[in-house]
Every structure is written in structure tokens, then in C-alpha cells.
Design a protein around this ligand. Structure first.
Ligand SMILES: C[S@@+](CC[C@H](N)C(=O)[O-])C[C@H]1O[C@@H](n2cnc3c(N)ncnc32)[C@H](O)[C@@H]1O
Length: 310
């Protein structure tokens, strides 16, 4: 009878032959799913025999992965900064780079927590959920153009006991959003057509295209739209944090500086330029008030003065 050890070894070979670099760990994750055990526990059960129905299920799991369906899609769960998130709908599986962006932001705001956070293009809800946990007093808003993504984000929110804290909005970037936020995070689509065509099959064939292709020859249309729309939606001193493609920093820096933002490009852990931060000047005239914004007393008196003169 096949044992856990023998099936695992065969499975690893099959996955490797299908071109999967992470064949060993993927085989272990699938076996853990099959046996309803934690991956770390497998070694305690090497010689355990598996029943024939389990062996059949094992073959099905392997064949899905050999077809290059992403592991998280098969398991139905992705882990993001330690949070287990359902990814069984048409949403992007959250990526390690995005975890790095969220961690960078959490560090930045450690001494001055944001009062309000907006996650544009929330997908599975990964970013807003981790930021919501890190900043328990912040008001939270998450938007996406995809109703399916929002439904999944809401489900993940409920799973993390945060569903009621988050205001979910279906819209095209800022189009129907009203208000200002201390922190706006977005990981919008930013791939060019060529990058998408040459992506791994897991991404090209099994991730929603609308979550990947950014538009424009350089893939940066969505990034530009968000950056240009940000001044109306950031509080004084508020921060816009974007994930971007490696070559898109110079374009965003040029636009951001022209708009009067203090801008910065940051690297991921592999030293690639992947994050763009734009901070609104601290004295431009608005303060956060949950999802609404109100003008500061100084800005109100400047405005009254302008009105009196005109
Ligand atoms: C790259 S995915 C990011 C998902 C999630 N924030 C993450 O980091 O895992 C981009 C998300 O933007 C959404 N999106 C695409 N175009 C949009 C638009 N015009 N307005 C709002 N959201 C949009 C997609 O539906 C998708 O969920």
C-alpha cells in the first residue's frame, strides 16, 4: 500500500517534471491538505498508509498543480502577513512583494498611526485587513471595480472579525469616492501586455487579467490615474503608497513631483524598485475626519479671505 512518504516522493517528481520550481514544498502543502494535517506534522506520519480514495484524490490534486493552477487556488487559501485569506474567487492571489509594501507602511506609521485608511483595488482585502489589524483605531475603506472581489474581501473581513469595521465600495478608482484619508494604499494592475504574455502560466492563465494589465504602453495608466486623483483624497501630510513595476518609478516620480508631492521610490527585499510613496504637504488645508474631511481652521480663514476679496 502506498505510504505518505512514497506518494510525496512521486508527487514531487511529477511537479518538477511539470516545470514547478517549488516542487518539494508544493507537494508537501498538497499532502498536508490531503491528510488534513499541518505541513510541519507530515514527517511524523511518513510511513502511514493512505486509503485508495485518498490516493485518487492525491492524483487529482497533483494533476491540477501540474496544469499550473496556483497552489493557493487549489488550497483555496493564501497567507498574507500571517493572515489566512480565502482566494476562491476571481481575485489576484496576494503576493510577497505586497506584504513588503504593507510592512514598510506599518513601520512608517508606527509612531503616528493613520486615522483613516483607503485600500484602492482591494482584491481579496489583503492590505486593508493587515493594516486594520496594525492600526486598530483607524477607520477603514476598501474599494474595487469588481463586485466579486468586494464580496470575497467582505468574506475575508468577516473571517478576521473586521468585516463591520470596513466600508466597502464598488467603484472605478476615485470616481465616486468622497472624502480624504491619511493613508491610501493601492496595488493596481501595472503589467504591460508583453510582461503579461511572458508571465508564468500560473499568472497568465489563472489570474484575472483585469487585476494585472495596467494599460498604456508602459503599463502605468492605472498608476497615473491614481496618482493624479490622490490630492483630492489625501489629508494634509497624508501618504499615497503604490506598488508598481520595476521600470515605472521615473514616470511616477516626475508626475508626483510636478504635483507638489514629496516622492520616494523604495526597493523590495531583492533590491528591485517596486514601491512608490507620495506624501502630501502638511499644510495644504484639510484634516482627516473618518471618511469625510473638514478644512483646518487656518484653511477656513484663508478661504474666507479669498472669498471676501473675490
Ligand atoms: C493587482 S490586484 C491587487 C489586489 C489586492 N490589493 C492585492 O494587493 O492583493 C488589482 C485590483 O484592482 C482592481 N481594479 C482593477 N481596475 C480597477 C479600477 N478601475 N478601479 C478599481 N479597482 C480596480 C482589480 O479588480 C484587482 O482587485
Amino acid at each position: 500500500m502506498a505510504t505518505l512518504r512514497s506518494l510525496l516522493a512521486e508527487g514531487e517528481i511529477q511537479l518538477r517534471q511539470a516545470g514547478i520550481d517549488s516542487s518539494q514544498s508544493d507537494a508537501e502543502w498538497l499532502m498536508a491538505e490531503l491528510c488534513s494535517r499541518r505541513r510541519a506534522e507530515l514527517a511524523l506520519h511518513w510511513e502511514e498508509p493512505l486509503a485508495s480514495d485518498q490516493t485518487e484524490h492525491w492524483k487529482r490534486l497533483l494533476s491540477l498543480r501540474c496544469d499550473r493552477i496556483p497552489l493557493q487556488r487549489i488550497l483555496g487559501t493564501a497567507h498574507f502577513c500571517g493572515l489566512p485569506l480565502a482566494v476562491d474567487g476571481p481575485v489576484l492571489i496576494p503576493r510577497p512583494e505586497t506584504e513588503q509594501l504593507v510592512e514598510l507602511i506599518v513601520k512608517r506609521f508606527r509612531d503616528r498611526p493613520p486615522r483613516s485608511i483607503l485600500d484602492l483595488g482591494t482584491g481579496s482585502g489583503a492590505c486593508i485587513l493587515v493594516l486594520g489589524k496594525a492600526f486598530p483605531t483607524a477607520t477603514l475603506t476598501a474599494s474595487d471595480i469588481s463586485p466579486e472581489a468586494l464580496a470575497l474581501a467582505r468574506r475575508n473581513g468577516n473571517r478576521c472579525q473586521m468585516g463591520k469595521r470596513i466600508h466597502f465600495i464598488c467603484c472605478n478608482w476615485f470616481s465616486t469616492l468622497r472624502g480624504r484619508w491619511d493613508l491610501i494604499i493601492a496595488n493596481p494592475p501595472y503589467l504591460t501586455d508583453d510582461e503579461w504574455l511572458s508571465a508564468e502560466p500560473e499568472v497568465r492563465d489563472h489570474e484575472p487579467k483585469g487585476a494585472l494589465l495596467g494599460g498604456g504602453r508602459d503599463g502605468a495608466d492605472a498608476l497615473r490615474t491614481i496618482l493624479r486623483g490622490a490630492p483630492k483624497h489625501l489629508t494634509d501630510g497624508g501618504l499615497l503608497a503604490l506598488e508598481m513595476g520595476m521600470a515605472q518609478g521615473p514616470t511616477l516620480l516626475a508626475i508626483g513631483r510636478q504635483m507638489g508631492f514629496a516622492c520616494e521610490v523604495c526597493q523590495d527585499l531583492s533590491g528591485r524598485e517596486r514601491f512608490f510613496l507620495a506624501q502630501r504637504a502638511a499644510n495644504s488645508g484639510s484634516v482627516a475626519c473618518g471618511r469625510r474631511s473638514v478644512r483646518s481652521p487656518a484653511a477656513r480663514s484663508r478661504r474666507r479671505e479669498r472669498n471676501r476679496r473675490s
